[in-house]
Ligand binder design. Structure first.
Ligand code: GLN
Length: 535
């Protein structure tokens, strides 16, 4: 029987529920259990693809091309699994499915209601995740987005409450992540918000088995006793989660407090003991770097850290592999204008331009590429970053004045990036870009091949515009190497400038495939090249 762990959050948002869920996944995986993980987002969007990264952070893309919540990125990185569209459920998805069933006549005669129709749909979606994999799934971890008390998450909480009755108490575990604030004036940690939050959960019929208490300082015995008494949770089930320098330490912190064994006991799971040696070695490497490197990330969403979270993580992974601490400087592309008077890249060892949409900030990114190309600073351009490199090269090396992508200038005389004919008629915005993994064939004599060490690679995409092949010969003539091609449609995937220490632009998003213990080859080599650029 597949077991379920439901993770809810209380008191405030942004507690790092996703990281708690991922860390629990890691603890169970290291006990040899086969696990799956799902994120439930109570918003009405069908998927995260149509949301602004300013509001919601990065859109994470899965192998099968789903545009999902950024927590799926944490899940993939911590648990080292490839997830799919089924691992992210939203209110929008649930309602569209119920409404189309109603139109089809599946409920003929009935009044379609939140209970039981919506809750049944939620339950069957949650339960089906365990059946999607070929091998038997031992544990499914389900994280419910939002905070307990929100109106929009109520149907989900009701559904998970019912599920414990449906499949048996011994097969379901509830974990609540809360916040224990430190009051400076009283010099005390306060347990009351946690008590209230658990009370709110109990009002809807859910008694948590475990609480994970996020706090600034360690919980005293008294605070733990209080939470245990008022929330009716055994002391061993009060887990503390204080702030840490690296999120990758959290599984180890949980393990030390016995969380892994407790889950095994409560769910009556049969498995081997934990093997966290490799993970410990990795965390040790993170905390003991031998050098430091500064990477400039030039984008327009820099005010929100989560907007480029997979890029940030992938850079750190590249650092781990090179025994190096990566310091990331987020640089606003709108501010990179005329760098001849003031050098915005002073002390920066490598420059990365991430993906993005829309015209704003483009000219600053093009200036950034010019700087990296002329000053021989290692450069990695991702998706829009690669497209900016193409525009820069066209304008300043080939002298195609006003060259541009038709995304930013529909009247450009030199559309070096353009829509494919099949994208030209697309009117609907949701889920219609080139999405998910596509094969890319590498040229043997290239930087990319040197990194990947294989000829065929599969990388994830999320874009509409492509390099315009009408200009290919001109670019080659002026020294660009097209080192990766999607052969079926003859699309450019990777560009390089050979006359440069390390300059690569990729149309895809390598950051989504990087893992802390298996850095993506391009990030690994980008950091390596940046270390060497220490003038
Ligand atoms: N806006 C560009 C396109 O649609 C790049 C997208 C991206 O960087 N993800 O092609």
């Amino acid at each position: 029987m597949t077991k379920f762990i439901f993770i809810t959050g209380g008191v405030v948002s942004s507690l790092g529920k996703g990281i708690s869920a991922s860390s629990i996944g890691r603890l169970l995986k290291n006990r040899g259990l086969n696990i799956s993980i799902q994120k439930i987002d109570p918003y009405i969007n069908v998927d995260a693809g149509t949301m602004n990264p300013y509001q919601h952070g990065e859109v994470f893309v899965t192998e099968d091309g789903a545009e999902t919540d950024l927590d799926l990125g944490h899940y993939e990185r911590f648990i080292d699994v490839n997830l799919t569209q089924y691992n992210n459920v939203t209110t929008g998805k649930i309602y569209s499915s119920v409404i189309s069933k109603e139109r089809r006549g599946d409920f003929l005669g009935a009044t379609v209601q939140v209970i039981p129709h919506i809750t049944d749909e939620i339950k069957s979606t949650v339960r089906s995740i365990g059946k999607k994999k070929k091998e038997k799934v031992d544990v499914v971890i389900v994280e419910i987005g939002g905070t307990v008390g929100d109106i929009e998450s109520l149907p989900f909480l009701e559904a998970i409450r019912q599920l414990r009755n449906d499949i048996g108490k011994e097969n379901v575990l509830y974990i609540h992540v809360t916040f224990v604030p430190y009051l400076e004036a009283a010099k005390e940690l306060k347990s009351k918000p946690t008590q209230h939050s658990v009370k709110e959960l109990r009002e809807i019929g859910i008694q948590p088995d475990i609480v994970i208490c996020r706090s600034q300082a360690k919980l005293s015995k008294e605070v733990k006793n209080k939470i245990s008494l008022f929330c009716d949770i055994k002391k061993e089930g009060i887990i503390e989660a204080t702030n840490v320098e690296s999120i990758y330490e959290i599984p180890l912190i949980f393990e030390k407090q016995g969380l892994g064994d407790l889950i095994i006991k409560l769910l009556n799971l049969k498995c081997k003991g934990p093997d966290l040696k490799e993970w410990e070695r990795m965390v040790d490497k993170i905390y003991r770097p031998q050098r430091e490197v500064r990477i400039g990330v030039v984008g327009k969403y820099i005010s929100l850290k989560d907007a480029y979270i997979s890029i940030t993580e992938a850079l750190l992974h590249g650092g781990i592999d090179n025994n190096c601490r990566v310091k990331i400087e987020r640089i606003d592309s709108d501010k990179v204008k005329d760098y001849s008077s003031k050098d915005p890249f002073k002390g920066i060892n490598g420059i990365l331009i991430p993906g993005g949409f829309g015209k704003r900030g483009i000219e600053g990114k093009i200036e950034t590429v010019k700087y990296a190309r002329e000053n021989k600073v290692p450069f990695l351009g991702i998706c829009l970053g690669m497209q900016c490199a193409v525009i820069e090269f066209a304008r300043h090396v080939i002298n195609l004045e006003r060259a541009n992508s038709t995304e930013f200038d529909t009247d450009t005389p030199f559309p070096v990036l353009d829509l494919l004919p099949e994208q030209k008629g697309v009117k609907i915005k949701g889920g219609t870009m080139r999405l998910g993994a596509y094969p890319c064939k590498l040229e043997k004599n290239s930087l990319a091949f040197k990194s990947y060490k294989q000829e065929m690679v599969y990388e994830r995409h999320r874009h509409r515009y492509e390099f315009n092949n009408l200009y290919k010969e001109k670019f080659i003539e002026y020294g660009i190497k097209f080192s990766g091609i999607y052969q079926d449609l003859n699309l450019v995937e990777i560009i390089e400038i050979p006359d440069h220490p390390w300059f690569i632009g990729v149309q895809f998003h390598p950051e989504f495939k990087s893992r802390p213990n298996r850095a993506h080859p391009l990030f690994k080599d980008f950091i390596k090249a940046s270390i060497l650029n220490n003038k």
